[in-house]
Design a protein around this ligand. Structure first.
Ligand code: MIC
Ligand code: SF4
Length: 644
């Protein structure tokens, strides 16, 4: 039986376990990346492990999320901490302003065939280069930096066969939006998406990266493209030809599922509020008034994306519509440099665009919150309710072409109405200047790690108690996101201050949640399907742990969040019979007796709902390794114990 790309890379990196879908394996990690909003915790955890130097082939620390440095010292202190830690422990440091981690990693560091673990859910962006790039919580990334393997369930492999070629005004974003329409935000859970078919060679590396980036929204473990002559040309243009390795599936490669997308007949698509899978054709909602257009984010901020927008305005003689605000966040300094040198930037400024920093910016609610009930079209990857900072806003996700056309007309408009498509060629040579990437110190013993007052010690939980009881503090529906659990935006600057950040937990749903949790000594949260979808932020587990949350009972969990709950000693439990979801109400008191024995002896756990006088059966679905972690009260305790 021939191997697909995913199995080839997994086999080459397998440390333990069997490649049987659903079974836990451990793989070796070649590269890691962190960003500032998850990085401070990850490096505090790395320091706690006492390893003198990272053991990966390459580790990079990016500052790209929280760069505004407004209202105080917090951000700036965190950035200095990150730079000094990187210097001391053998990590490259990408300064604020150098670009968004995923775009810069694709340009300057990604290597086909290698594994990359990143403390950001969009790490799969580098799958566009043929890497097996996976998002994880900071603690898992810290362990990988220390030389530890990464554990995951062997994924099923889905072949997405791309046939033909995209037509003018239809672009990579439309491919992934179409896939989201078909598969939904939970359709990729437990799977890796591998792209193939004759359409692959028609897509550049940044276009492939747009598609793998948003595979995160499918809930997929990761997504990967072959590494072919297009990959080689991209690496050559980045002066990295030495990093090229060809990777393709065997001719008789097997897949667990095959999906076909006909690129020729694909139309411009758009995701409507408030979920990336709420997708329809642009033509179906034409005429909707638009207040704001934001172009950028790690999904769509490459050279080609921004040049296309610049040329739409320039060649059509258009200006941004007087009722629309249009912002541009270039993906990297390289992109900004390139468009600055070939008049793309001038074209955007002349059109009336507002040029922002090369960072995540509005995507994470850092500025540009829309007006009340406003309509914002964004080339980003997430449109969860409230993520933009305005709860009543309606955020739509679309391609740069669709975004530009809305900015021209002031309303959602099929971009094909703009006339001739400006076909932007990929550059044969990118402008390479790595001067904002600081290499680690050659004299690490002389580097002193800077710690400002915003950096609070890591809270650690105790061992699992034999009897666990508490009230259901909140009952929620399907697809709860980590943005609901621990919002970003104005809270971002407290990422290294858990006691303060814990005040944000579920604040958009119940502003007093943190007080209630503390007053009652913690308790349970109940959710529906796909609980914890979205980001990799481990704070969505760490802060609830700090508040005393003992377990989350849901119909199903998103992969990264479930791992994060385990890592911080919170029980992720699912209903053996989902009908029991209806029998639990907010305020009910739950009690689990003999928990330690129950967890050790089987897959199910009996819980008493005292208020209802009823017993229900829950499943923990933990591997033997995860059981040990839960018993120890989290991964840090477990790792310390294992080291003794
Ligand atoms: C996101 O897009 O939600 C983030 C912000 O990049 C997160 C990471 C974080 O919360 O710091 C992610 O995607 O993992
Ligand atoms: Fe940054 Fe948005 Fe990408 Fe997250 S999704 S890494 S916030 S640009």
């Amino acid at each position: 039986m021939g191997n697909n790309i995913v199995r080839k890379i997994l086999e080459e990196h397998l440390v333990s376990g069997e490649l049987v879908p659903g079974k836990e394996i451990a793989i070796r990690i070649d590269q890691t990346l962190t960003q500032d909003a998850t990085g401070t915790m990850a490096y505090l955890q790395f320091e706690a492990m006492g390893v003198p130097r990272v053991k990966t082939k390459l580790s990079v620390s990016y500052v790209d999320h929280n760069t505004l440095q407004y209202g105080g010292f917090e951000n700036a202190d965190d950035h200095r901490f990150l730079q000094t830690v990187a210097s001391k422990y053998g990590i490259y440091f990408s300064k604020p302003g150098n670009g968004i981690c995923h775009q810069v990693h694709l340009e300057r560091f990604g290597v086909p065939g290698q594994t990359l673990l990143g403390s950001d859910s969009h790490t799969p962006t580098c799958g566009g280069l043929g890497m097996l790039a996976i998002g994880a919580g900071g603690l898992d990334v810290a362990v990988a930096m220390g030389g530890g393997a990464f554990n995951l369930n062997t994924p099923k492999v889905v072949l997405v066969k791309l046939n033909g070629k995209l037509q003018p005004w239809v672009s990579a974003k439309d491919v992934i939006l179409e896939l989201l329409r078909r598969m939904t935000v939970k359709g990729g859970v437990g799977k890796v998406i591998e792209y193939g078919g004759d359409g692959v060679k028609t897509l550049s590396v940044p276009e492939r990266a747009t598609i793998t980036n948003m595979g995160a929204e499918l809930g997929a473990t990761t997504s990967v493209f072959p590494s072919d002559e297009v990959t080689e040309e991209f690496l050559m243009a980045q002066r990295r030809e030495k990093d090229f390795v060809p990777i393709s599936p065997d001719p008789d490669a097997q897949y667990d599922e095959v999906i076909e997308i006909d690129l020729d007949s694909l139309e411009p698509m758009i995701a409507q509020p408030h979920s990336p899978d709420n997708v329809c054709k642009v033509s179906e909602i034409e005429g909707l008034h638009v207040d704001q257009v934001c172009i950028g984010s790690c999904t769509n901020s490459s050279y080609k994306d921004l040049m296309t927008v610049a040329r739409i305005f320039k060649e059509g003689g258009h200006k941004v519509n007087r009722d629309v605000n249009m912002t541009i966040s270039p993906g990297s300094r390289q992109v900004l440099d390139m468009i600055a040198h070939n008049s793309g930037l001038a074209g955007l400024i002349e059109a009336g665009a507002r040029i922002l920093e090369n960072t995540c910016g509005p995507c994470i609610g850092s500025g540009q919150s829309p007006t009340s009930n406003g309509v914002s079209l964004r080339t980003f990857n997430r449109n969860f309710e409230g993520r933009s900072g305005t709860k009543s806003a309606n955020v739509y996700l679309c391609s740069p072409e669709v975004a530009a056309s809305a900015a021209v007309f002031g309303a959602v408009t099929d971009p094909r109405k703009l006339g001739d498509y400006p076909c932007v060629e990929m550059p044969h040579e990118f402008m390479v200047d790595d001067s904002m990437i600081v290499p680690p110190s050659e004299e690490p013993e002389k580097v002193e790690v800077f710690r400002g007052p915003n950096i609070q010690p890591l809270p650690v939980s105790g061992e699992l108690q034999p009897v666990v009881k508490g009230a259901v503090l909140l009952k929620l529906g399907d697809n709860v996101t980590t943005d609901h659990i621990t919002p970003a935006g104005t809270w971002l600057k407290y990422r290294s201050n858990v006691p303060k950040y814990a005040e944000s937990v579920f604040s958009a749903i119940d502003a007093d949640f943190h007080k209630k949790a503390k007053a009652t000594g913690g308790g349970f949260v109940v959710g529906g399907e796909n609980y914890g979808q979205g980001s990799s932020r481990e704070h969505a587990a760490l802060c609830p742990m700090y508040l005393g949350i003992k377990g989350v009972v849901a119909k199903s969990f998103a992969r990264i969040h479930k791992d994060n709950l385990v890592n911080f000693g919170i029980l992720p439990l699912t209903f053996a019979d989902t009908a029991d979801y209806d029998s639990i109400e907010e305020g009910d008191n739950l009690e689990i007796d003999n928990l330690v024995d129950q967890i050790k002896s089987g897959e199910t756990i009996t819980v008493k709902n005292i208020a209802k006088g009823k017993e229900i059966t829950l499943k923990h679905g933990l591997s033997d390794r995860q059981v040990e972690i839960i018993l120890a009260g989290g991964k840090l305790n477990y790792t310390k114990k294992a080291a003794l």
